[in-house]
Ligand binder design. Structure first.
Ligand code: NAD
Ligand code: AKB
Length: 315
């Protein structure tokens, strides 16, 4: 079974490739991105293809050449960049996904597409956000995410295409820096704490958001794709979360490891506005019931591991 990862050079892709190659074999996982330089050593350990998901023919060539049967479609523009470049975000997030779904239909592939807490909006209940609830996002990113969820549902209903997906919260990781989102502060803070013992946060105190450590994010994607489809009622947009905290909480946790660490605030109004429209904490019971979702890392365990890894990496 040949697997294609699009957007493989990004924050999630650069770690998903390692996990999938470990499980399915190096030659069975084909990586692709428009960026061939980022994470070159990781991606080009196995087959790599330079391919733009907004270019139907380029993606078709890759799927044909490698006889792809499963696609993890990660190529996307994240919330902060999407707000600065909405036309680009629409093109990559919507036309890119449409090409993947059309080609998956033609070549009988199954498709994993991440959605996000960004698929919710200010009229969504913000605490214990239900699996099925109001979705009227106000960011461009959110508009593409909720439309993507619906499009994947449509391809399943109309064509029987095996589409699956997760509503990821902010992902915290230590291999590749995040790609321009609203939750990026929760990664940057570790690098700054270790390198400069000082961090200026762009979200204000009290801004609770759901988060997850990368090992749980990878496990969730692979576990969902391996689940017997008979068990799935919510195919394309499972709420999944592992922790919910505000900037002062992650600061306090890091300070236990680095006592002279300090933090101040310089609010970015665009990303603050986006964060204020997102859930504070999601209800992920549907994922727990339908395919056994159960995260391993809470705030304290994640912080300890992040600091251990980054101390080695940055020394
Ligand atoms: P990222 O920004 O780190 O990586 C995206 C990758 O896509 C980059 O390597 C980029 O070069 C590539 N790309 C951009 N335009 C492309 C194009 N036209 N064709 C091919 N590749 C292109 O993003 P990520 O954090 O790895 O996110 C992956 C997916 O997970 C996205 O759908 C994102 O919305 C979703 N998600 C991420 C998070 C998170 O916190 N990282 C949270 C929720 C959802
Ligand atoms: C972002 O902040 O844009 C992403 C996300 C939660 O979708 N990290």
């Amino acid at each position: 079974m040949k697997i294609l990862i699009t957007g493989a050079a990004g924050q999630i892709g650069s770690e998903l490739v390692v996990a999938l190659r470990k499980q399915y074999g190096i030659s069975n996982v084909i990586t692709s991105d428009i960026n061939s330089k980022a994470n070159e050593a990781i991606l080009q350990e196995g087959p790599f293809e330079l391919a733009d998901c907004t270019n139907y023919q380029q993606i078709k060539n890759v799927i044909q050449k490698h006889h792809i049967k499963v696609i993890y479609h990660l190529a996307a523009i994240l919330s902060g960049v999407a707000e600065a470049k909405p036309q680009l975000a629409w093109n990559v997030n919507m036309n890119g996904l449409y090409h993947i779904l059309e080609l998956a239909r033609e070549y009988h592939c199954s498709v994993f597409t991440p959605s996000s807490i960004g698929a919710f909006g200010p009229s969504t209940p913000r605490d214990k956000t239900p699996q099925d609830t109001i979705q009227r996002p106000t960011s461009c990113y959110g508009v593409t995410k909720v439309a993507g969820e619906l499009l994947c549902d449509y391809y399943f209903r109309k064509y029987g295409l095996d589409t699956r997906g997760l509503r990821y919260p902010g992902i915290i990781s230590n291999v590749t820096l995040p790609g321009g989102g609203t939750t990026d502060y929760a990664v940057e803070i570790f690098y700054e704490a270790i390198q400069h013992k000082k961090y200026t946060c762009f979200l204000k105190q009290g801004t609770f958001l759901d988060m997850m450590y990368m090992p749980d994010a990878l496990q969730a994607a692979i576990q969902l794709m391996e689940t017997d489809p008979k068990n799935l009622k919510h195919r394309n947009a499972f709420n999944v979360t592992a922790m919910s905290f505000a900037p002062e909480h992650i600061f306090g946790e890091i300070k236990q490891h680095i006592p002279d660490f300090t933090m101040d605030y310089k609010i970015d109004p665009v990303r603050q506005c986006i964060a204020d429209s997102w859930p504070r904490s999601m209800d992920d019971s549907a994922a727990r019931q339908e395919w056994g979702w159960s995260p391993q890392y809470d705030l304290s365990k994640m912080t300890t591991d992040m600091i251990q890894v980054l101390l080695k990496k940055l020394k």
